[in-house]
Design a protein around this ligand. Structure first.
Ligand SMILES: *Cc1c(COP(=O)(O)O)cnc(C)c1O
Length: 243
């Protein structure tokens, strides 16, 4: 039987090979294990196999898992990677270490206000709408710097970089175009904010091209935990699942 340990090792191997091909150091690429919809037991399996960073998409599910695991595994780093409605921002501010999906000033302000004083600043990435389709989340290129300036002015937040979900496409040219545009925007933002260090892009199906174009954090779900079954759980995925 293939275990989580095997799958994690295989994911690391893919990262290593992609990094090598891109003449990059694989230590510069972090693996975020996306555990959305997956049970606690599998998170613990991955933890025992050495994984420390986990990504969740749904506020309530994430909060439940963090509450159950934080005493036993205080060194897990929890990343919120789903769309966030402002009425749920407090839960993210109080429970997570990172959020990858900031796309408007109001959410940044709320998260800063709601971040408890006894916690480290919340690490944030600005989500970019790289395909510029209206139906997708994220900001357009010209909105990045104004939003970054606001985030940087809030001491309860630490600006770490950019996040994107490129189009799911078989068109290699389109994919490369989006990824290189994203890389360019990341470099540009870095000229204003030299401390940013995170380009969050690449999933199970596109981690190799993402690494070729400078990803520093790949978000891998299916390749580690297997396919997700949305029908089998009772979370409300309608407004929060990946779009
Ligand atoms: C679900 C999800 C992932 C993981 O996708 P896989 O294809 O299962 O690797 C990564 N990023 C985001 C934002 C997601 O919602």
């Amino acid at each position: 039987m293939i275990t989580i340990t095997d799958r994690l090792a295989a994911a690391h191997k893919r990262i290593d090979i992609a990094a090598q091909k891109a003449s990059r150091n694989s230590n510069d690429i972090r693996l975020l294990a996306v555990s959305k919809t997956k049970p606690i037991d599998l998170i613990i399996d991955a933890y025992r196999a050495g994984q420390r960073e986990f990504g969740e998409n749904y506020v309530q599910e994430g909060q439940d898992k963090i509450t159950q695991l934080k005493r036993q595994f205080p060194d897990i780093i929890w990343h919120f990677i789903g769309p966030l409605q402002s009425n749920k921002s407090k839960i993210v501010a109080e429970n997570f270490d990172w959020i990858h999906t900031i796309d408007r000033e109001k959410i940044a302000q709320r998260l800063a206000q709601q971040r408890p004083d006894n916690l480290q600043p919340l690490n944030v990435c600005i989500q970019i709408n790289i395909s510029e389709e209206k139906s997708k989340s994220g900001v357009f290129a010209d909105e990045i710097l104004p939003l970054a300036n606001i985030i940087a002015s809030l001491p309860q937040l630490t600006l770490r970089g950019l996040m994107a979900i490129p189009s799911a496409t078989d068109d290699i040219n389109k994919q490369a175009q989006e990824l290189s545009q994203l890389q360019r925007l990341f470099t540009q933002l870095g000229s204003h904010y030299p401390n940013i260090d995170t380009l969050s892009v690449g999933m199970s199906n596109d981690l190799e091209p993402a690494i070729k174009f400078g990803s520093t954090m790949v978000r891998i779900g299916t390749a580690i935990f297997g396919a997700r079954d949305y029908s089998a759980n009772n979370i409300d995925i309608n407004d929060e699942r990946i779009r």
